[in-house]
Design a protein around this ligand. Structure first.
Ligand code: SF4
Length: 378
């Protein structure tokens, strides 16, 4: 798109947004494109966005992120609120790696094998059926910013945890909590088949964590070789003629915990997108940062923190987040304006995000428990 067209579109969206005033809020995830971020009322990781959405009174929440996030906002929405997303096809492959039918089967097999009560915890990156499954079984939701806190909350009560769908976040969380390897059992999809039984059932007896083997393809691509070659490149440039004036610890690698255990262990820091942002921001002037997460977020940090060198550990883009474009946001805002101003014929409805009735109560319960554990410091 030419700069002229892009500026025109930006102006158009701003004008419609202004006209809609306080009746609309736009939450946007850190991985969204810059133009979308410019239009956002709240920007953050999935935890921050869930909390911000739960606190807003705006009539319309136009969620710029992927479907599971908009679904989460809809679960926490008040009766007068409507949640919309500019493109309903913005999904998340990781969230699709487990559903409640599979989870129920696995959960009942594991419960028969484990001496401890098992509590299901699902990553925010999941659909409402999985959140409802957790709510129904006394479990909850977690995000990358609070996974350790949530898992610890249940382990401290002598319970075990069934963690899904992201294997890497599960293992990295277990490491953070110093859980021994022999207390962790990997659960693969085959266990959800009716006639499949657990090959290493004796490991389940005293296991503390059962971890599903899902993954995020955006974060799975980072390798320890990427880290080594970054460190090599920058330590050489430090010694070279055009050296960056940096001292010890000024060459840093920071990654998201959806990266593999090896990558997280080889990095200096690991955390949610909000934690990554804060850590790099607080870094010393002149420091160098390789960041292992979604490319647009890394590029935004590079533009924002000019006193540092911020580079992607590898270029990896979430194409589902890219589906939310300025033109689609404009169309969504316009449809709200049309409905509100009566320009649209009676009977035409907005294409709202609605969670199936059967999941609503338990999924909401699971989400509220997460917020309660985190906010009350339980
Ligand atoms: S970055 Fe990964 S987990 Fe996040 S929405 Fe994209 S595919 Fe899903």
């Amino acid at each position: 798109m030419s700069d002229n067209k892009a500026n025109h579109l930006l102006k158009e969206v701003m004008e419609i947004k202004q006209e809609l005033g306080k009746s609309v809020v736009i939450p946007a995830h850190h991985y969204e494109m810059d133009d979308i971020v410019k239009m956002a009322d709240f920007l953050g990781d999935s935890y921050k966005l869930a909390v911000d959405c739960a606190a807003t009174e705006a009539e319309y929440i136009v969620f710029c992120g992927v479907m599971f996030m908009a679904e989460g906002a809809s679960l926490l929405a008040k009766p007068h609120q409507k949640v919309l997303i500019p493109d309903k096809s913005a999904g998340c492959p990781m969230a699709e790696m487990i559903d409640a039918i599979q989870a129920e089967k696995v959960y009942s097999k594991l419960s028969n094998l484990c001496d401890r009560e098992i509590i299901p915890i699902v990553y925010m990156n999941s659909y409402a059926d999985m959140k409802a499954f957790c709510g129904k079984r006394g479990g909850t939701v977690c995000t990358s910013s609070n996974a350790a806190k949530i898992v610890k909350y249940f382990l401290d009560q002598g319970k075990s945890v069934f963690f899904a769908p992201d294997y890497n976040l599960g293992i990295n969380t277990a490491n953070q909590l110093n859980i021994n390897k022999d207390e962790i059992v990997t659960v693969d999809k085959k266990l959800s088949f009716d006639n499949d039984s657990f090959s290493n059932s004796s490991d389940c007896k005293n296991a503390k964590m059962f971890v599903w083997d899902g993954f995020c393809h955006v974060h799975k691509v980072f390798t320890v070789d990427d880290i080594n070659s970054f460190r090599q490149t920058y330590s050489q440039s430090r010694d070279g003629a055009n050296s960056i004036s940096v001292g010890e610890k000024n060459i840093n690698v920071i990654v998201h915990p959806e990266c593999s255990e090896e990558v997280v262990n080889a990095s200096d820091y690991s955390g949610s997108t909000s934690m990554i942002w804060k850590t790099v921001k607080a870094g010393k002037e002149g420091s160098v940062w390789a960041v292992g997460t979604e490319l647009r977020f890394v590029e935004r940090m590079a533009n924002e923190f000019k006193d540092k060198t911020v580079v992607p550990l590898r270029k990896s883009v979430c194409h589902n987040m890219s589906k939310i474009t300025l033109a689609k946001l404009r169309d969504t805002l316009k449809s709200i304006l049309d409905i509100k101003s009566g320009r649209i014929k009676d009977g035409i409805q907005l294409d709202e995000i609605k969670v199936a009735e059967e999941y609503k109560e338990n999924a909401k319960k699971a989400l509220e428990l997460m917020i309660d554990i985190v906010e009350s410091g339980k």
